[in-house]
Each structure stands twice: as structure tokens, then as C-alpha cells.
Design a binder for this molecule. Structure first.
Ligand code: ADP
Ligand code: MG
Length: 440
């Protein structure tokens, strides 16, 4: 997956540059004038020049899980952070689903729950995977973020739980927030179905999780670290768990969870049902598929780049104070719901405080915060009580926050994959979004 569009020469520079900042023509002009006097958005050529210097990805993203793992070492080419020739209102690729939810022969109570959730038409990944999952096939599902993967596995697995109530399903996810989001979707889809679930994630006291594990849970959602921990304490046994979902498997691999994943899967039945979801398909991911799945059906609905909905540009810092540049952006019209990515936990916290002092309502999210603090920050941002969410890469993948207007890379991401995941927080659900990267 790459940012396909090349910077286009020959377009009117002013119009192109100004359009980084906002959606409407009038605010575009406003944005342009503001930006030019400050951190100048670079011209395409400028970005190319800069890119020769490259950027080494050995800088690590912060957060506990990242520290466990390795990062890819490909240098970053900053010209790939620009796609100004993409018209935000370009006609979206239209996918014609083959099925409706009623074609899946879901049990009436489940069909009702799906309808109640407001899902009328299956998303492409749901359309193509649900029939296979219902038949019990192993699946490799490749789809962009925001494409409805969670319900793609939850709906058929809930059907399985309703048919075989002794079943227990394990979902492994890379981050606590994702695990919580998955459980939230499960709860939303199983109201009045009497199915129980538990979330096993770090950053929360382990005692209550141990207690919850004494009774039967139909769904266990957890991060590999905490799941391992509970297995080692003998609170959790997966000997009878015959279904496992590896969600965002590429991210788990990046975060160094591969050892934990292997150990966890090894304790499960050989004849298990394994579902594997990933946004990317690298050689390493293929190896994992081979190792963990049995004769899987591969479904890819990566019909378009996640980044196609996102208007991407860079601003050259030119020795100015980056906080000033950020501040000047945030006070502009249309910067209503902005995620700002920083590199370190400390830097993110400091930036959030600085912005708050300057009167910009900001929240921060990073690995040094307790779980409850992270949930509170996220809620404040989701509900519009904060304009800016300052985050480390922990927030880059999977999180589904509606209507994020802009993603700003205050610090460069470590890899292009991280870049794609960061900017994927905006431009979701066929809306357009804006990504701005500050470069030295
Ligand atoms: P992914 O895991 O692919 O990143 P999510 O599962 O988080 O995507 O889903 C993204 C959003 O789409 C969520 O807000 C979810 O409620 C919504 N969604 C999922 N399936 C459907 C559907 N069939 N119809 C409408 N909205 C859906
Ligand atoms: Mg997901």
C-alpha cells in the first residue's frame, strides 16, 4: 500500500498550497495567507529536495509495546507525504455488495441486533468474508482501516456462539484501545443475547480480570502481553478455545508481539478456526499466515489507498518554533478535530500542556498514562470537549474516531506504514480529510 499519487507539477501553486488547510474555498484563502507568513507549506519541488536527505526510521515510536519490537529500517521519502493532485471530492470507488445481511441466513435475533446497530448493507470486507467465516473457513482478510473489519468477524462469530454456546472465542489486538473498541462493538451487537465478554489488557488492575475469568466468557479480547500474563498465572487456559481472531496482525508483528502470539496459539487446539486481519501484506505477514492458518481463503478489498481520501501536504519548518506553527494552524477555521502525532511520550505530554496554556483545548494519549486517563482523554476528544488530541503512535492504528478533520505530524513518523496509519485517522468512511506533516 503506498501513497500512489505523485506530486503534480504545473498546477497553480497558490491554489494547491492553500488547499492544505481547509475545505471550503473561503477558508482556504484564509488558511493560505496564514500559512505563508509562517511555516510555509512546501512546494512539491522543495519536498523532493528535502527527501534526498531522507529520514532514518531508527527513531522509535514510543509506548511500551513498541519497545518490545523492532522497526523497519526503510528511509522515509518525504515527497510521499504529498498528494496535492488528489481532489478531495473525487468520485469514490463504488463497491456493489453481492449480499445483503439477510442473505447470510443469520439467526433472527442476530439479524435484529445487526439492524438495530444500524448496519443495512455489508461493507466490502463483510460482504466477502462473512459467508466463508460462517462456513468455518480460515480467513486472511486484507482491508483498509475503517472498512468494518470488526463486524466482519464478530457477526459470523456471534452466530457461532449462539449455535454452540460452549464456544469461546479469543480476539488478539495490538493495543488496549483497540481491544476495548472490539468489545464495545461485541456488546453493541449482542444486547439481550446473553453472551458474556471480557477485556484483558495491560494498564488496568489484573485482579478484576482474573476474577472475570473464573466464569465462562464467550468472547475474550486482549492484547498479547496481558493474555500471556494471565496464562502464566494460570487464570486463563485456552485449551478449549477453538476460535481465534488476530486483528491488525501486521501491527502486532511490528510491535514485537510475535513471540507472544506464537506461544498463545500453541496452547490452542490444532484444529482451531483462525481469522487473520491485516491492512498490509508483507513477506513477513505471509509467513505468519502460513504458520498460523490452515488452507485459508484470502480476501482482499484494498481497492483504494486509505490515503486517497486524505489530502496530504507538508509544511517546512525553516527553523521556526514548531509549536508556533502548530498553534497558528489550530486557530484556523476548520481545524475542528485534530490529531497531532508526536514521537515521544514526554514530548506529547509537554506539547499538550503547552497548547492548553495557549488556550487550545488539548488532550494527550500515550503509553505513560494510566488506562483510565487514556480512556478519559479519548472520550473528551471524541465528544468534542477537546479540539486537539496529541498522541504517540499508540493512537495511530485502528482507532475509529469519527470526523477527525486533520492529522498533523508534529514529528515525523518512523516508517511509511506508520504514516499511512496515522493519516488513516482522518478521511474515514468516504469522507475527505487533511494530513499535514511538519518537516525540517
Ligand atoms: P476497521 O476495523 O476495518 O478499521 P471498524 O470495524 O472499526 O473498521 O469499523 C469502522 C466503522 O464502520 C465503525 O464506526 C463501524 O460501526 C462502522 N460499520 C461497520 N460495519 C458497518 C456497516 N455494515 N454499515 C455501516 N457502518 C458500519
Ligand atoms: Mg479494526
Amino acid at each position: 500500500m503506498s501513497i500512489s499519487s505523485r506530486p503534480q507539477r504545473g498546477r497553480a501553486g497558490g491554489a494547491v498550497r492553500s488547499s492544505h488547510y481547509s475545505r471550503s474555498a473561503s477558508s482556504r484563502r484564509h488558511g493560505a495567507s496564514g500559512a505563508r507568513t509562517q511555516g510555509r507549506p512546501t512546494h512539491h519541488g522543495g519536498a523532493r529536495t528535502r527527501s534526498r536527505g531522507g529520514y532514518n526510521s531508527s527513531r522509535r515510536a514510543q509506548g511500551r509495546p513498541q519497545q518490545r519490537g523492532r522497526r523497519k529500517d526503510a528511509p522515509i521519502d518525504i515527497s510521499r507525504f504529498i498528494n496535492e493532485n488528489v481532489a478531495p471530492n473525487a468520485t469514490p470507488d463504488v463497491y456493489e455488495p453481492i449480499h445483503t445481511f439477510s442473505d447470510f441466513a443469520l439467526l433472527p435475533q442476530l439479524a435484529q441486533a445487526v439492524a438495530h446497530k444500524g448496519y443495512v448493507t455489508p461493507t466490502p470486507i463483510q460482504d466477502k468474508t462473512i459467508p466463508h467465516i460462517l462456513r468455518g473457513c480460515d480467513i486472511v482478510g486484507l482491508a483498509n482501516t475503517g472498512s468494518g473489519k470488526t463486524a466482519a468477524f464478530l457477526i459470523p462469530l456471534i452466530q457461532k456462539l449462539l449455535l454452540v454456546p460452549d464456544e469461546q472465542i479469543l480476539v488478539l489486538a495490538p493495543t488496549r484501545e483497540l481491544a476495548l473498541q472490539i468489545e464495545e462493538e461485541f456488546v453493541g451487537l449482542t444486547r439481550s443475547l446473553r453472551l458474556h465478554s471480557v477485556v484483558l489488557v495491560g494498564g488496568m488492575p489484573i485482579g478484576p480480570q482474573m476474577r472475570r475469568l473464573r466464569s465462562h466468557n464467550h468472547l475474550i479480547v486482549g492484547t498479547p502481553g496481558r493474555v500471556m500474563d494471565l496464562m502464566e498465572r494460570r487464570s486463563l487456559s485456552l485449551a478449549h478455545t477453538k476460535t481465534v481472531v488476530l486483528d491488525e496482525a501486521d501491527r502486532m508483528l511490528d510491535m514485537g508481539f510475535i513471540g507472544d502470539m506464537r506461544t498463545i496459539l500453541a496452547t490452542m487446539s490444532q484444529s482451531r478456526h483462525t481469522l487473520f486481519f491485516s491492512a498490509t501484506l508483507s513477506k513477513e505477514i505471509e509467513k505468519l499466515v502460513h504458520e498460523f492458518l490452515c488452507d485459508p481463503v484470502t480476501v482482499s478489498v484494498r481497492t483504494r489507498d486509505t490515503s486517497k481520501n486524505v489530502h496530504q501536504s507538508v509544511i517546512k519548518v525553516n527553523g521556526r518554533d514548531k509549536v508556533d506553527i502548530l498553534h497558528e494552524l489550530l486557530v484556523q477555521k476548520d481545524f475542528g478535530k485534530v490529531i497531532v502525532f508526536g514521537r515521544t511520550k514526554h514530548g506529547v505530554e509537554k506539547l499538550s500542556r503547552l497548547l492548553s496554556k495557549r488556550g487550545i483545548k488539548s488532550e494527550s494519549i500515550h503509553g505513560n498514562k494510566t488506562h483510565n486517563q487514556r480512556v478519559r482523554s479519548l472520550e473528551a476528544f471524541k465528544r468534542g470537549r477537546a479540539q486537539a488530541l496529541i498522541a504517540t503512535d499508540v493512537a495511530a492504528r485502528g482507532l475509529d474516531i469519527p470526523n477527525v478533520s486533520h492529522v498533523i505530524n508534529f514529528d515525523l513518523p518512523g516508517t511509511h506504514d506508520d504514516y499511512i496509519h496515522r493519516i488513516g485517522r482522518t478521511g474515514r468512511a468516504d469522507k475527505s480529510g487533511f494530513a499535514i506533516t511538519l518537516v525540517d
